[in-house]
Design a protein around this ligand. Structure first.
Ligand SMILES: [Fe+2]
Length: 295
């Protein structure tokens, strides 16, 4: 696959923006950036001016996923692809383009119930790495990280991601997490990152679509130090340190003040072409990732 898009940004709606701000800056180690014209606070994990846009609201969930096309032709091709698959995209107005600090944006409704924006020309500046993340994050050619979304509209969402957005399946997880309860997660790539987006089949409407966002550090020790900050802060750690079976990522998961989780990881394996390892896994983790009991 020739990379056409990468995961560019997310807009999340949270009921406690101050608490969420402290979490992103002081625990995860993202860099605060300039607020949007409408006053939403923003953070970044690299030289893009904004990667996480935080709006105040009751949902405590994902509001928008933004993908960045590698160039204008790739954006046009993606719009055409979406239309041919029955997902009509609309050109965004100037206010949205300004708020996202991009050159051009098209918006399409994803089957999981949020808009997906595809932009080109996300503004780059260099606010500098956070002192808490001295090694920086792995983003070059791969976008800010990944997002995992749970949806009851699973099959249509898979079609949207593959036929519409042109992503390819990396592999899938099918495992019994409790007696009679199957967990199915499908992982999708659009460049060398093992997955930029994963979809979980929700058995019924869950309170949140967004399971987690992931940020991948360049330095393994930066994962450990983020873990220490979360642990010392007494935060809920649904999954302590461990290593995923499919992408091999060394990571932990911390619950954000909005409820959805953030994974901080390092060292995931990369997609190589042609990709020939699209297969089922029957365990989430090779080791670890057990819940950490609150102290
Ligand atoms: Fe993840």
């Amino acid at each position: 696959m020739t990379p056409a898009i990468e995961i560019g940004y997310v807009n999340v709606e949270v009921s406690d923006p101050e608490g969420f701000a402290t979490f992103l800056t002081d625990i995860i180690g993202l860099t605060p950036s300039e607020p949007t014209p409408t006053g939403d606070a923003t953070w970044t994990d690299d030289d893009a001016v904004q990667r996480v846009i935080v709006s105040e609201g009751p949902r405590n969930d994902l509001a928008v996923i933004g993908f960045e096309a590698v160039d204008s032709a790739a954006l046009d091709a993606t719009i055409e692809r979406l239309g041919a698959s029955g997902f009509d995209a609309e050109t965004a107005d100037g206010a949205l383009v300004e708020a996202r600090r991009a050159e051009r944006i098209t918006v399409v409704d994803a089957p999981w119930g949020t808009p997906v924006e595809i932009c080109v020309g996300l503004e780059r500046t260099s606010p500098g790495p956070s002192p808490l993340m001295p090694g920086g994050f792995r983003t070059e050619g791969q976008g800010f990280g990944h997002a995992v979304v749970a949806t009851t509209e699973f099959d249509e969402s898979v079609r949207f991601v593959t036929e519409g957005l042109g992503m390819a399946e990396s592999d899938w997880l099918l495992t019994e997490i409790a007696e009679g309860i199957q967990l199915e997660v499908r992982f999708f790539h659009c460049n060398a990152r093992h997955h930029s987006l994963a979809l979980a089949r929700a058995p019924f409407e869950l309170p949140q679509r967004l399971h987690h966002l992931m940020f991948e550090t360049n330095d393994r020790d930066d994962v450990g130090k983020a873990y220490d900050r979360a642990f010392d802060g007494g935060l809920d750690l649904p999954n302590g340190l461990g290593r995923h079976d499919n992408d091999g990522m060394f990571s932990f998961y911390v619950a954000s003040p909005a409820g959805f989780q953030v994974e901080v990881g390092h060292g995931a394996r990369q997609i190589t072409e042609p990709w020939t390892d699209d297969r089922q896994y029957d365990q989430i983790s090779a080791w670890g990732h057990q819940p950490v009991a609150p102290r």
